[in-house]
Design a protein around this ligand. Structure first.
Ligand SMILES: Nc1ncnc2c1ncn2[C@@H]1O[C@H](COP(=O)(O)OP(=O)(O)O)[C@@H](O)[C@H]1O
Ligand SMILES: [Mg+2]
Length: 224
């Protein structure tokens, strides 16, 4: 599903990623943990084609993404990769439904179909009643679920989440985590989640430990 080989990345004289090899399989929920500054966000951004490595290869769903350029890369990213960030990053002037429609519209889906699909996705995530609200009218947990709906709407190969529950209270955090596993079980959705939350990490299939730009170890979680 995702293969990273020999990924390195520097910002100026600071080498942030020092040779990352990693394979993520379809339907896996993989967590990435490590101290602040270890390079987790950089790794996720590179995995998501939002940033380019200095060296190394990334193959996503059989496509060597290093070879894609501008328009082709943007279209590939919009279709194949869903993102969930710590802060929802919804557009404030649009309703929940419109925010979820945007990746479909970029993909060339008609307004009418996009609205219907967005409605269905929001209902599926238990947000049917909230479709016409703007982000400011939603709770933190609801905003994050709308962000998940937006990430899922194009049925991406993988959802990449960077501390998705980092800004939520305990109850909303647990609900969001439950949602990830439900989506994996129901849809076979693959997730890569950067997290500081040990409870979440321990529930994922595999935890990758990143320290100082290198994978220092990996633990399988046999009890989930
Ligand atoms: N765009 C950038 N320019 C310069 N330095 C950066 C940039 N992005 C990240 N860094 C640096 O790279 C290191 C790793 O950052 P990051 O990937 O955000 O770590 P983490 O998510 O594990 O906390 C940090 O020292 C950070 O300051
Ligand atoms: Mg980070």
């Amino acid at each position: 599903m995702i293969q990273l080989e020999g990924i390195t990345k520097s910002f100026g004289s600071l080498q942030v990623l020092k040779g990352i090899d990693l394979t993520i399989n379809k339907g896996e929920v993989v967590s990435i943990v490590g101290p602040s500054g270890a390079g987790k966000t950089t790794l996720l951004q590179i995995m998501g084609t939002l940033d380019k490595p200095d060296a190394g290869r990334i193959v996503l769903n059989g496509v060597e993404v290093n070879r894609l350029k501008d328009k082709g890369l943007a279209a590939f990213r919009n279709k194949e990769i869903g993102f969930v960030f710590q802060f929802h990053q919804l557009l404030p002037e649009f309703t929940a439904e419109e925010n979820v429609m945007i990746p479909l519209l970029i993909q060339g889906v008609s307004g009418k179909s996009a609205r219907r699909e967005a409605e269905e996705m929001l209902s599926f995530l238990g947000l049917g009643e909230r479709a016409l609200h703007k982000p400011a009218q939603l709770s933190g947990g609801e905003k994050q679920r709308v962000a998940v709906a937006r990430a899922l709407i194009n049925h991406p190969s993988v959802v990449l989440a960077d501390e998705p529950s980092g800004s939520l209270d305990t109850q909303n955090k647990e609900e969001l985590h439950r949602l990830f596993f439900e989506l994996r079980d129901k849809l076979g959705q693959t997730f890569v989640i950067v997290t500081h939350d040990e409870a979440l990490a321990s529930q994922t299939d595999r935890t990758i430990h990143l320290v100082d730009g290198k994978i220092s170890g990996e633990s399988a979680n046999p009890f989930r």
